[in-house]
Write a protein that binds this ligand. Structure first.
Ligand code: IVH
Length: 719
């Protein structure tokens, strides 16, 4: 930094001249961008979050004093990049396709018949010839494409949308099963494709470590593999037990192999792991036997498989068969049915959610269902228990499919013990206050009436507050919140941000050491600056989730306006007559209430839930307490120029577009000043009708709304 710049950097913002402000603005913007890159792309920050926040605050103060310096590229105008955008995009040389599924033997037969018909028609296959199929277990992981140039690993990417994936090369290089250099003679350019996955025992051990450290645990090995690969910090990926099986290719120049089986042999020679269970089957009987064999071996395999894959072995035949809508006609996945097991139902527990809803949960004798131990399963509500008629002591059937939460299918009548009793849904909350439970009008939900006082709800609200889509405070998972709450360290959300001042107390607690306390403090400090939509979501207002929070943040822009408007709406709402159910009429009750009811996708019911929340003094205090401790960042609202060609118009896209994606078309319409919505009404100005459009196109015709073909739209939008 030059001497002059140093002097300017030391001045208070109030004392800066415009010229000094301009140079300081430039310097700070560059510095912030530099630290953004270190933090998000390299995951190697050089300054503390508090220092970083000071830089941003100073920049904001300069912009407040000299509004002419604000430009769209200023760091203050950009929403912090999410980790998902931190990976570079990679376009696959050949698309990464998915597979069609067969669930039944008839569907498998249908596939075999289609193959035979097409090959007899298009090749010299005779009715008496067999079609050899390469059969492989279908690994439940995530597919990856690895680019090799002259035998050297260059770029590795996730599947993404099939056309473009994310560049995770550095992370893939930490996986021992992935060779950096191919052994022997390899094609000049080769994309090796296969599955990254985690073995079950390694997954369980890793989850245990994560839980003990208060970090995120994963629902199943596949999520764990995906989460571990998409880490910005390569050392984290390196510490995770990831494995790789190769089974396909993308581009291959030159390609010397003529069958899939030959290719698998070459893969082995180059140094890849190829699933040893893979087998070439000559007849449909052999194919079926392979499927049965895999179903039998499934529970004892070290990794999850969710079916088997059959591929036509001859590549010239594969090429003849080609693709239909993103899936090859020459391959199919034959899926296994969901895994089931029997076990004893020890009892039915009641969980209290953050809004007081009581959920019955089956307490099961732990049982292995397809490789995962299950001890709990949701019974959803009183009606579901009634429907299943399950009782404590019953032998029940538990099912688990993929990452779906385990489900109770029913009980085994022959094994019902002599004396069982129907479950009595509790009339009082299981919390120490034991407040009465109320059945919700018209609904199946039963709720604790303790509201803000119920300690179980308080804990759940705090848990929600720190969860992934809200404040995302790592290291403050599950049991920590509960323990801190029980010992009085946490009561309301704002207390979380006072924890850094109580490190001595935390350090004395069992299971906490210097390192974990330091990590916790860092995780909390990192969230002192938060985007408005996350903040709104974190408050856990009934009916207001992630999507609604985003819409509200867009509509109101900054925290001050949002709060002022919500308080005003709540005041106005007090005088609302009961019969007002329409958004239009809501305007008469007051401007703020009317505005809220008329925000896209909100409506009177959600607005009322919001107003009810803001009429509770306690809630307002919670928000004020947080505001004193946090920097809540508003969103940059889209400003539409007065002469924008579609200003004031509402546009709906329906059907499939062939020359652009739906997202791109929407973005272009918004750029031109239009509002894009999902449903057609009298208010709609234009409906763009793509291929296979259905009811929306019909509705537009009925209402006499103008429609455009994709081509007409392209002309209008792009000239
Ligand atoms: S072949 C063009 N082989 O299943 C064919 N896929 O449902 C490309 N998978 O995205 C896929 N094991 O992630 C193939 N032995 C195997 C597989 C396999 C698992 C996954 C893969 C793919 C998905 C399709």
């Amino acid at each position: 930094m030059s001497k002059a710049a140093k002097v300017v950097a030391a001045l208070a913002v109030a004392d800066l001249t415009e010229r000094q402000g301009r140079s300081e603005h430039k310097r700070l913007s560059e510095e912030i961008r530099h630290h953004d890159a270190l933090y998000h792309d390299k995951d190697a920050p050089e300054i503390s979050d508090a220092e970083y926040d000071r830089l941003r605050q100073r920049l904001k103060a300069i912009e407040a004093k000299f509004p002419q310096l604000v430009d769209p590229l200023s760091p203050t105008q950009q929403v912090a990049p999410l980790p998902s955008t931190a990976f570079a995009k990679v376009r696959h040389a050949r698309p990464m396709l998915s597979l069609d599924n067969a669930f039944t033997d008839e569907e498998l037969q249908g596939f075999l018949d289609r193959l035979r018909r097409a090959l007899e028609r298009e090749t010299d296959l005779k009715p008496e010839d067999e079609i050899a199929l390469a059969c492989e277990p279908k690994i439940d992981g995530l597919s990856i494409s690895l680019r090799y140039e002259d035998g050297e690993f260059t770029v590795g990417a996730t599947r993404g949308d099939g056309t473009t994936g994310e560049d995770v090369t550095a992370n893939l290089k930490t996986i021992k099963d992935i060779p950096h250099t191919l052994k022997g003679k390899a094609p000049k350019a080769l994309d090796v494709r296969g599955e990254v996955y985690m073995e079950r025992h390694a997954f369980q051990a890793m989850n245990k470590r994560q839980e003990e450290a208060g970090d995120k645990s994963f629902a199943n090995p596949r999520n764990a593999a995906a989460g571990s690969l998409r880490q910005l910090d390569t050392t984290i990926t390196a510490s995770r037990p990831l494995r790789f099986f190769a089974y396909a290719w993308g581009e291959a120049e030159p390609r010397s192999w003529k069958t899939h089986t030959e290719y698998l042999e070459l893969l082995r020679g180059w140094g890849f792991r190829v699933n040893p269970l893979s087998q070439l089957c000559g007849t449909p009987e052999e194919v079926r036997a392979f499927y049965r064999q895999m179903a039998v071996e499934r529970p004892s395999l070290p990794y999850d498989i969710d079916g088997v894959v059959y591929k036509v072995d001859r590549i010239d035949w594969q090429e003849r068969l080609g693709f239909v809508s993103r899936a090859p006609r020459w391959a199919i996945a034959h899926k296994f049915p969901a895994e089931q097991a029997r076990t004893r139902l020890n009892g039915i527990l009641i969980q209290v959610g953050r809004t007081g809803a009581l959920t019955p949960v089956a307490d099961l004798e732990p049982v292995n269902v397809g490789g995962v131990m299950v001890a709990r399963a949701s019974l959803h509500n009183a009606d579901e228990i009634e429907r299943l008629d399950v009782r404590a002591g019953d032998m029940v059937v538990v099912q688990r499919a993929g990452d779906v939460i385990p489900q109770i299918l029913g009980f085994v009548p022959e094994e019902r013990p002599k004396k069982t009793a129907k479950f009595d849904f509790p009339t009082h909350c299981p919390c120490p206050l034991a407040t009465p439970v109320k059945a919700e009008e018209g609904g199946v939900v039963r709720r604790c009436s303790g509201g803000l006082e119920c300690p179980f709800q308080q804990v759940e609200r705090l848990r929600y507050f720190v969860s992934r889509n809200c404040f995302d405070i790592e290291g403050l998972g599950g049991t920590h919140i509960e323990n801190f709450f029980n010992d009085g360290l946490l009561k309301i959300p704002g207390d979380i941000f006072r924890l850094p001042g109580r490190v001595d107390e935390i350090r004395k607690r069992e299971g906490w050491g210097d390192l974990s306390v330091r990590n916790l403090v860092a995780a909390i400090e990192a969230r002192r600056t938060i985007a408005l939509d996350r903040f709104i979501n974190a408050l856990g207002i009934p009916l207001i989730g992630e999507a609604t929070a985003k819409i509200l943040a867009q509509e109101y822009g900054d925290p001050d306006s949002w709060l002022a408007e919500m308080l005003a709406a709540a005041r106005e709402r007090k005088h609302k007559p009961d019969d007002v159910k329409k958004e239009k009429a809501a305007v008469e009750i007051g401007p703020s209430y009317g505005r809220l009811c008329n925000v896209e996708q909100i409506g009177v019911t959600t607005a009322d839930a919001m107003c009810a929340f803001f009429s509770e003094g306690h809630n307002v205090e919670i928000i004020e307490d947080l505001r004193r401790q946090l920097t809540i960042e508003g969103v940059t609202r889209r400003v539409v120029a007065d002469d924008a060609p579609l200003k004031g118009k509402t546009v709906v896209f329906t059907g499939e577009l062939s020359t652009m994606t739906r997202e791109a078309a929407k973005a272009r319409a918004e750029e031109l000043g239009a509002k894009v919505t999902d449903s057609v009404s009298k208010k709609t100005s234009l409906v763009v009708v793509g291929e296979n459009a259905g009811s929306k196109a019909r509705k537009a015709a009925e209402l006499g709304v103008q429609t455009l073909t994709e081509e007409e739209w392209a002309k209008l939008a792009h000239g």
